[in-house]
Design a protein around this ligand. Structure first.
Ligand SMILES: Nc1ncnc2c1ncn2[C@@H]1O[C@H](COP(=O)(O)OP(=O)(O)O)[C@@H](O)[C@H]1O
Ligand SMILES: [Mg+2]
Length: 254
């Protein structure tokens, strides 16, 4: 990540964040802090609570107890729309895209939405910032399929578009839940490379869930490992991957 005067300042933190689903404690008293400029990879087995924690931090789920702060602002209890407006973008394991729209139209919708100019009565191209849309298409290397409907895009392109839509809202942080899942293995590195370059270019802090150790090692500056609703290890990638508990419980080594 490009260094600037704000690198390293606290961006998001949680205290005692807890959420129970019946008998399952999906988030168990989590104290967590993310600093500006970090590239955080989250690892952990299925069901460990990675998505639940993201859903709480982005306003999709309310915690049973604990608090979430974005900068100095207490965002606990705020809904997703307000949290997005504060600068927390998100992409999804299964991108939430308008399938019948083209790539260009999806970005125009995001642009018009950002400016509060979405209208049923005005053409989309008149309400969107077309220069910002063109710049985004170039940034995420989707110019060649700008006119393609989302339905025909391979999964890797859908993931890029999902991140591009999040970036249209000019966030400080983008949280990505498994940005390479479902992407053909030969395309994973190029998709991740394009995403991380785009975030770096826009000075956006990255938090991503990823199962592929090679990708984590290539792109993360920090790794947090989830086990049973808790952060079991958090630190430099080399240290977390050397931890015997993580090797056994998360990486499945015997
Ligand atoms: N909406 C829900 N209702 C009930 N249980 C849930 C819900 N979402 C997640 N869980 C449970 O919470 C735990 C953590 O799930 P999740 O956060 O999706 O894990 P991960 O993303 O690490 O695979 C799992 O035991 C899962 O079954
Ligand atoms: Mg998940």
């Amino acid at each position: 990540m490009r260094q600037n005067a704000l690198s390293g300042e606290p961006l998001l933190h949680t205290t005692g964040l807890t959420l129970k689903f019946g008998g399952v404690t999906a988030a168990d008293d989590i104290d967590f802090e993310l600093r500006r400029g970090e590239r955080l990879a989250v690892i952990g087995a299925n069901g460990a609570g990675k998505t639940t924690f993201i859903n709480i931090c982005t306003g999709y789920l309310k915690p049973s107890s604990g608090r979430i702060f974005f900068g100095d602002t207490d965002v606990t209890g705020m809904g997703p729309r307000r949290i997005v407006q504060l600068g927390v973008g998100r992409s999804f394991q299964l991108p939430q895209l308008f399938l019948e729209h083209t790539v260009q139209e999806c970005l125009q919708l995001a642009s018009a939405g950002r400016q509060g100019r979405l209208s049923r009565f005005a053409p989309l191209a008149a309400t969107a910032d077309l220069r910002a849309v063109a710049a985004m298409l170039e940034l995420v290397e989707l110019e060649h399929c700008a006119a393609h409907p989302v339905t025909v895009l391979p999964e890797g392109h859908r993931k890029l578009l999902d991140v591009a839509i999040a970036l249209m809202l000019q966030p400080k942080l983008v949280i990505m839940d498994e940005p390479t899942s479902g992407v053909a293995s030969e395309d994973k590195h190029s998709v991740m490379g394009t995403i991380m370059r785009a975030l770096q270019e826009r000075d956006v802090t990255a938090w991503f869930v990823e199962h592929d150790v090679d990708i984590v090692l290539q792109y993360a500056t920090r790794v947090a490992a989830w086990i049973d609703g808790r952060i079991a290890a958090d630190g430099a990638p080399g240290d977390v991957f050397a931890d015997p508990v993580i090797r056994r419980e998360v990486l499945g080594e015997r």
